[in-house]
Design a protein around this ligand. Sequence first.
Ligand code: SF4
Length: 381
Amino acid sequence: MSKIERKANELVFSFPHMGDYHVPIARLLENMFPAGRVLVPPPITKKTIELGSRYSPDFICAPFKFNVGNYIEALEKGANVLIQTGLGCRFGYFGEVQERILQDLGYEFQFFSLARENAKVKNAYQGFRRLGSPHSPAKFLAYVLIAAESIRIMDHFAFIMRERTGFALRPGSFEYLYGCMLEELRQVSTLRELIAIRRQYTDSFSKVEVRRPPDLLRVGIVGELYTLMEPYSNLFIEKELAKHNIVVSRKMSAAFLLFGKNSRKSLKDTGKYMKYWPGANATDSVAQSRRYGRLGYDGIIHMKSYGCTPEINAMPVLHNLGKDYNIPILYLSFDGQTNETGVQTRLEAFVDMLEMRRKTFEKDSLSRGGHRFHFDKGSRS
Ligand code: SF4
């Protein structure tokens, strides 16, 4: 692995991968630290997982291992400041343990964890200042806002892409446009530029020709955040579904966390199915599944990392919900060692079953002269 040239005292920032979010995060760090450098870790490969698994506790969930693999690869390339975040489960404590593991491996670096108290705006600002960011609070907030808006734009178009990509007359059109948009977001410096990007790609996406067959299948995806958002960790399930010409809906995203998540509302939206919040996004998984059930989706795929306690708690609830709404649910658990062929086989069997159910349903429906199908116009919110 070739190492970058680093000047004396130069700060080289890095952070773990999660889907395409390295684009706004790298831009945010470049804006925050004009005198430093940002090193996006190499794309996740089998080697990343091997490294992460070798140096992580056995029992820990997969996101921890993926992160450790990313950090080691970034440190080997010359990074010396590592950033971590943290959310409402053990993820909030990953930073401390990962820092210790990497120190024990002999690496020299600074570690900045934006978890718990450090995630509060005032503390985050002071932390960035300590690391050498020269900006005033107003400038700091402006850059955070640009990053958050970039994420909102990315996720907006990613949602549209997931729903439509299986039906593009020219396969790959949505992916191509999405890639171009990421390139532009990588350079963005002002909110005005962001508004222009959103407008431009709203126009471009609407011009992509799609042919949706009238009997299309719709599948909702729910589950653990990292597994859903890092395609390598779920073995690119969404792409596989698109190959089967399936409309894929997934609300869970970084934009959902930043702008849409409301734990109280989510618990209420679970209806009779949940009384308490079991941590992380388990209530969102149940609330969103209930919505897919009500909207007449053909199936739900629940994905999580092995050992993800919040989502394990959601599974029996989903089982009851699936029975009540007569909607099949495929449960998939992943870690770095998950067998790709096994997952593919289960996915294909699931899709075959959905197709058979649809045919049976259509026969019954035609004989009664009805059709149950209606589109989910609000699913992007
Ligand atoms: S949500 Fe689950 S898999 Fe993700 S970090 Fe928390 S416990 Fe681990």
